[in-house]
Design a protein around this ligand. Structure first.
Ligand code: HEM
Length: 346
């Protein structure tokens, strides 16, 4: 359980996360499992992430697909394509009807973002950003395989930059590979931004008019970082950084804990967006919501404007969390997010 600023909302974390806070908050390094060391000290996190680059299996977005390596050039092309699609969507955003954002978040936010960025896409692509695909990898496999089997180009309407990468592939295995990658880059646009803005609403809505969106985002990312851990598998470089890390130990870096370390933050559990007035999120020690400076998230430059766009819509529409909802649950389920936030008009 954790306090949420001065609001009367309680955030209830999944037992394993609550246990991490209870047992390890403020500890720079600790044994988490027989073969895993947890790390939350800012200097140690920095040294370990500098020790070596992430390997192919550790890269969340571009780990191999069906055993096939994703090259640097392919990754860069995909990110350029989705970036162009997000920019196009934000270039002529429809003013959202506030009523469309009322309901249960993050689901409502996810669907709004899906329609904003991928709404004009042919169904075979749009289905790849569906929340239901999270339920089982088999559904993703079926959606990808069916879409890849379709040879024809969608007849009318614009084709997104991202879909063009699939349609340009000239055989089934390449098309299927490209469909998986479409899913890998398109889905996080909806999942992660919906999680981030849901968390911000839960923590602080209704927001003061004079608090900039960026400060709300930085503070929500601090208290509820959707990417709450960064895994690095055992490797000889780590023992050289700290002798307590054995040759067979994986390392789990925990921004979840460093973001609430009482030695680093005043009122560590309080939602205080104003603290960011004098702080640089790129250089605050132990603050790693988008990873380490050396390998920072490639999606950040589209996540931030999308999150700001949603927050603007929330503010313009006078939306907030239903005052009758006083408990928000954070399950242990991939992204760290409050699972079911009821958003209403004030
Ligand atoms: C709230 C939104 C997001 C957060 C908090 C976030 C967080 C992170 C973090 C912590 C890392 C570093 C991981 C590591 O070092 O192991 C990372 C890397 C990365 N992120 Fe994000 N991310 C977000 C959204 C996105 C989106 C929407 C995309 C793509 C469309 C994306 C693509 C990537 C890529 C390509 C990398 C580099 C590593 C890799 O190859 O996967 N991220 N992100």
């Amino acid at each position: 359980m954790a306090r949420t600023g001065e609001k009367t909302r309680r955030t209830v974390f999944a037992p394993r996360i609550a246990e991490l806070f209870r047992a390890h908050r403020g500890e720079p390094l600790f044994r988490l499992e027989p073969d895993t060391i947890g790390v939350a000290g800012p200097d140690l996190m920095d040294a370990l992430l500098r020790a070596r680059p992430a390997n192919a299996e550790e890269r969340p977005t571009f780990k191999p697909v069906l055993g096939r390596h994703v090259t640097r050039a392919e990754s860069a092309a995909l990110m350029r394509a989705v970036g162009a699609d997000v920019r196009a969507a934000l270039g002529t955003p429809p003013t959202p009807d506030p009523a469309a954002l009322v309901g249960r978040w993050p689901g409502v936010a996810h669907n709004y973002l899906r329609d904003l960025v991928f709404g004009r896409e042919h169904r075979r692509f749009r289905v790849l950003v569906d929340r239901r695909l999270e339920l089982t990898p088999k559904i993703t496999w079926a959606a990808v395989t069916t879409g890849a089997a379709m040879l024809w180009r969608p007849g009318s309407g614009p084709t997104s930059h991202l879909a063009s990468l699939v349609l340009d592939a000239d055989n089934f295995p390449d098309r299927r590979f490209a469909m998986y990658l479409y899913r890998r880059v398109a889905a996080p646009v909806c999942f992660t931004v919906a999680a981030l803005v849901t968390n911000a609403l839960w923590l602080g809505a209704p927001f003061d008019d004079d608090t900039p969106n960026r400060h709300l985002i930085d503070e929500a990312l601090r208290l509820l970082p959707p990417s709450w851990n960064i895994l690095r598998v055992a490797s000889p470089e780590f023992g050289a950084v700290d002798r307590r890390i054995g040759a067979a130990d994986d390392v789990l870096l925990l921004p979840l804990l460093s973001h609430r370390d009482p030695a680093l933050w005043d009122d560590p559990d309080g939602f205080r967006p104003e603290r960011w007035r004098g702080l640089d999120p790129d250089h605050a020690p132990g603050y790693l919501p988008f990873g380490h400076v050396r390998e920072r998230c490639w999606g950040r430059n589209m996540v931030l404007p999308l999150a700001e766009h949603l927050l603007d819509a929330v503010r313009r529409g006078g939306l907030t969390v239903d005052p009758r909802q006083t408990t928000g649950r954070v399950p242990l389920d991939g992204l760290l997010e409050v699972a079911d936030v009821r958003v209403v008009r004030r």
